[in-house]
Design a protein around this ligand. Structure first.
Ligand code: SAM
Length: 561
């Protein structure tokens, strides 16, 4: 039996596409890659520079071209931001555009100062314009004659879907699609829908994928999804009797999506309304989903917590994008009043007030300070920037999806390559343990202060890979450190900061000639180092530290030796 087929594989799609043997090449690739718009995924950082994103897209599309049979089709889902560029890239790697479909959806995100986004582009490419699968009988839809005019002369088998501008069905006088409009209409899989798997924010509707798979792959053919996410493409391929294989970077998504796929059987009906114009999507709570109260109901919040938390704490539920997506869905499905921010703050409030017994605490989140060390400074700086922007606490930042995404972006810009959960967990731990820092400063001796050093790669290479407290500042203003840090590995930490000076300067909005100096002994204990860091933060109020770590001291900064 093939080790590739009917599996979701964890790993990088560029590498996996390259390794796929020819015998397993696909009839259809459906790709819904990250759109480079700063979305919060479990592990992937969705904010690359334009060049980086396009080069990365070129690399995976080359892999798709290689992994497709000569008569195969490639469908690409992509947002407005990069659709033009990615169409170009696809043509450069050898694809031919066959159709540019607009997927129009309801339940998008409302914008305040712009038109609300209600569509995604679905680009349909083939390798060979003379040889490809197009099962038009499989995907016919009712024609306007049938749907709007109820005309008995209408062709019973309907017509092919088309792709043009369209008004929202509820805004058109006749409440439907006109004959010369050719946008596909499916609602997005909103949080309240029964179809929603609940751990991934970008779940594609089964009916939309069904149309693509039925049209562009033969019965029993192979469907490949290089960015599988919640596993919807593979699930639908399985239901429709295709073989499937998928790739996904996040081990957590792979685990949850694989469970989802295994539960489906060949021949199962697709979720969601086959004809969204004449039926509303099923919600888990039936039609009574919109309640009038402005405060979410505590019992409902507690029940949603129980359903989504998987035995973890409230802090973990708020910080973990996978668990939080489940919780938001569970709140939505219960029709709780408010929005995701209210639900998150609501559950945090319930935990604090002790009003409800919430913490099952069967599962601990094990992330030691040592494990968090490579990203600790980034989380601390991101937290400080969000507090400066007016958010009152870590909980406020992490509970608000927009603020949390902003926090993630700042942290990632300074220390890329870690999981969203790790950045957020570090911030929560700093908040939780701030008292430990302050206590460690009590009665501590003023630390010895090292000489000024240039923050350059050659200088940093001479530092030991040992624990130490350090201070970063501009040459022009040595008395005002911008950041006082503590690390278990001085050389790695300084190198990491030096490599991200551009990001640091973007955050500070001023360039500088950067210097550093060391405080206290190398290799001092964690408590001693915390004490030194806390004293320095308390004395100098650096621009990028979390000030709650600072000891309440009103001394002059230590003399420079
Ligand atoms: C837009 S989502 C896909 C959603 C999916 N269509 C669904 O219905 O759930 C993109 C996914 O690509 C994954 N990803 C990002 N970079 C990847 C890579 N290099 N290899 C594999 N997966 C990747 C992300 O973790 C994310 O889950």
């Amino acid at each position: 039996m093939s080790k590739w087929l009917n599996q979701l594989h964890q790993g990088d799609s560029i590498q996996l596409l390259q390794s796929l043997p020819e015998s397993e090449h696909a009839d259809l690739v459906f790709a819904d890659p990250p759109y480079n718009i700063g979305f919060s995924y479990d592990v992937y950082d969705d904010r690359k520079s334009d060049d980086e994103y396009l080069n990365w897209s070129r690399a995976w599309m080359k892999g798709v071209h290689r992994a497709l049979k000569p008569d195969g089709s490639f469908w690409l889902a992509i947002g407005d931001e990069y659709v033009a560029e990615l169409k170009q890239v696809a043509c450069e790697v050898g694809f031919q555009l066959r159709s540019w479909v607009i997927w129009y959806y309801t339940f998008g995100v409302n914008c305040k100062a712009n038109f609300s986004r209600s569509h995604t582009h679905l680009l349909y490419f083939i390798k060979d314009s003379k040889k490809f699968t197009f099962n038009h009988q499989e995907i016919r839809v009712p024609s306007a004659r049938q749907l709007v005019y109820r005309d008995a002369r209408a062709e019973h088998s309907g017509r092919l879907p088309d792709n043009t501008w369209i008004l929202r069905p509820q805004d058109t006088r006749n409440g439907g699609f006109l004959a010369d409009h050719d946008t596909w209409f499916f609602p997005r899989v909103a949080g309240t829908f029964k179809e929603r798997a609940g751990f991934h924010g970008c779940q594609m509707p089964e009916q939309l994928l069904g149309r693509i798979i039925r049209c562009s792959s033969p019965a029993g053919g192979v469907v490949l999804d290089p960015f599988a996410g919640s596993g919807s493409t593979l699930l639908v391929a399985k239901k429709l009797g295709r073989s499937y294989l998928g790739f996904e970077l996040s081990a957590e998504y792979v685990r949850l999506a694989s469970d989802r796929i295994h539960q489906a059987r060949v021949g199962d009906p697709l979720e969601g309304p086959a004809d969204p114009l004449s039926s509303a999507p099923a919600t888990q709570a039936g039609r009574s989903q919109f309640k009038k109260e402005s405060q979410p109901d505590p019992q409902g919040l507690a029940a949603a917590f129980e359903e989504a938390s998987d035995g973890y704490s409230v802090d973990r539920l708020i910080a973990d994008p996978v668990l939080n997506a489940k919780f938001i869905d569970a709140c939505g499905a219960r029709g709780l009043a408010g929005r995701p921010r209210d639900w998150n703050l609501g559950i945090v409030g319930l935990r604090k007030s002790g009003e409800l017994q919430l913490e099952t605490s069967a599962k601990r989140t094990d992330m030691s300070w040592d494990q968090l060390d490579p990203l600790l400074f980034a989380s601390e700086i991101a937290l400080r920037k969000m507090l400066d922007a007016g958010y009152l606490s870590v909980d406020e930042v992490l509970s608000d999806p927009t603020a949390a995404a902003r926090f993630d972006d700042i942290a990632r810009s300074l220390a890329p390559g870690h999981r969203t959960l790790q950045y957020r967990w570090a911030a929560l731990r700093l908040r939780k343990d701030a008292r430990l820092w302050q206590r460690a400063a009590e009665g501590g001796q003023p630390p010895t202060v090292g000489a000024f050093r240039e923050l350059s790669a050659s200088q940093i290479a001479r530092e030991p890979d040992q624990p130490c407290v350090y201070e970063i500042f501009r040459e022009e203003a040595p008395e005002f450190p911008v950041y006082v840090g503590d690390t278990i590995n001085l050389r790695s930490r300084l190198a990491a900061m030096e490599q991200r000076l551009t990001a640091l300067e973007a955050i500070l909005k001023t360039p500088g000639t950067w210097r550093y100096r060391l405080f206290g002994e190398h290799n001092a204990s964690a408590t001693d180092r915390r004490g030194v860091q806390s004293l320095r933060i308390g004395q100098t109020h650096p621009a990028l530290n979390f000030l709650d770590l600072g000891a309440a001291v009103a001394e002059e900064p230590a003399a420079i030796q």
